[in-house]
Design a protein around this ligand. Structure first.
Ligand code: NAP
Ligand code: GFB
Length: 318
């Protein structure tokens, strides 16, 4: 089992999480593992024929499936249908071809935003299908929930070993720093960069009160390698920092303003939506497997991401 040759196809290999996995596997290599990191230039995974060509070309034994239409609150609110359709198409093509080519294991990526909006806390893996997700991202959420349904269907009918992980909000180098479409941390880092240049305050959308658990992309990447190499369940597993690390958007904005040493403070734009107030997730299952896993402190991870953005401003996605 341990030394079988693995050809690991990483769909969405050029994005935030894909780039982090590229770094993590270099820090923790295995002789029997060969990684192939895809970008959309290798082929549009919404297209069945293009997906089939990719699988026939690389003949993977294992797949880390990251490719998706991904975006922050405001992008989701405006494009729920596109998030639904594009992600359903991508996921079906990847899982179908994985089955056709006898792929031994697929690890797909869900998100804690897919859990029911009206729920008890902390959220755990058993609650995925217990009611409607938050209205701001129902398209993305139902497409991601369907992956869990597909994994069980492929296992029941064909004995496939397709599983999934459920990260909380992720951030780090190579993120999407677009001011409209991106997530809160890259969005605020880009805004702070501009505020610094223009000597203006940092504008935070909403009330600053919502709560989030943020995982640094490199920490998530290390956990992805653990799941690929050692996790044997079909049931999903939440990959999150501890509940005690949950912070408010206002606290995160302060960390980013401090990292840029902004001098004109922070203002709230309460005309903008807060989205989901909180989605507090339990990492009890993960801690059962990795009780001593060390997450990078949020402040340090934000400082590193700010440093990366300052150094790569010209080439960063924005
Ligand atoms: P990202 O930075 O936006 O990267 C998306 C990746 O998917 C890119 O490599 C992109 O290729 C590829 N892709 C998109 N559409 C494609 C298509 N039609 N055909 C082929 N490739 C396509 O996303 P990310 O933040 O790394 O997210 C990775 C996974 O984590 C996703 O499944 C996402 O749902 C999940 N997730 C993310 C977060 C978060 O906070 N970011 C939280 C929870 C879960 P190009 O680079 O060529 O465009
Ligand atoms: O990261 P974010 O876009 O996504 O927003 P969600 C988090 C919170 O940050 C919201 C506030 O309460 C926003 O109002 N916020 C403040 C900002 N300033 C900004 C800003 O400049 N940009 C952004 N984007 N937010 C997403 C889901 O929800 O979580 C996605 O919609 C995905 O589908 C992602 O799952 C992980 O955490 O609200």
């Amino acid at each position: 089992m341990g030394s079988e040759k693995k050809i690991i196809l990483v769909t969405g290999g050029s994005g935030l999480v894909g780039q982090a996995i590229k770094q993590a596997k270099q820090q923790d290599p295995r002789e029997n593992e060969t990684f192939i990191f895809l970008t959309s230039k290798d082929g549009d995974l919404k297209d069945p024929a293009a997906t089939q060509r990719i699988f026939e070309r690389y003949k993977p034994t294992h797949v880390i499936h990251l490719a998706a239409m991904v975006g922050g609150l405001f992008n989701n609110m405006q494009h729920n249908l596109d998030f639904l359709r594009n992600n359903i198409l991508i996921n079906d093509n990847v899982l179908h071809n994985s089955h056709k080519l006898g792929v031994k294991k697929v690890v797909s990526c869900l998100s804690t935003c897919i859990f029911p909006d009206k729920t008890s806390y902390p959220i755990d893996e058993t609650m995925i299908h217990n009611g409607p997700p938050h209205s701001s991202n129902f398209g993305y959420s139902y497409a991601k929930r369907l992956i869990d349904v597909q994994n069980h269907a492929y296992n029941h009918q064909h004995g496939c070993h397709f599983t999934s992980v459920i990260p909380t909000n992720v951030f780090g180098a190579y993120d999407n720093f677009n001011l409209e479409d991106g997530h809160v941390i890259p969005g605020l880092i880009h805004k702070a960069y501009i505020a610094k240049k223009e000597g203006k305050p940092l504008v935070v959308a909403g009330s600053g009160k919502p709560l989030r658990q943020f995982i640094y992309s490199i920490d998530l990447a290390k956990l992805f390698l653990f799941v690929l190499r050692e996790y044997e369940e079909i049931e999903p597993i939440i990959l999150s920092v501890d509940e005690s690390s949950e912070v408010s958007i206002g606290e995160v904005a302060k960390m980013i303003a401090d990292a840029f040493q902004l001098e004109h403070g922070i203002v709230l734009d309460e005309t903008k939506s807060d989205g989901q107030f909180k989605k507090t997730a339990s990492n009890k299952k993960l801690r059962g497997y990795l009780p001593d896993f060390q997450f990078m402190p949020l402040k340090d991870a934000i400082d590193r991401t700010v440093q990366w953005f300052n150094l790569n401003y010209n080439t960063a996605r924005k």
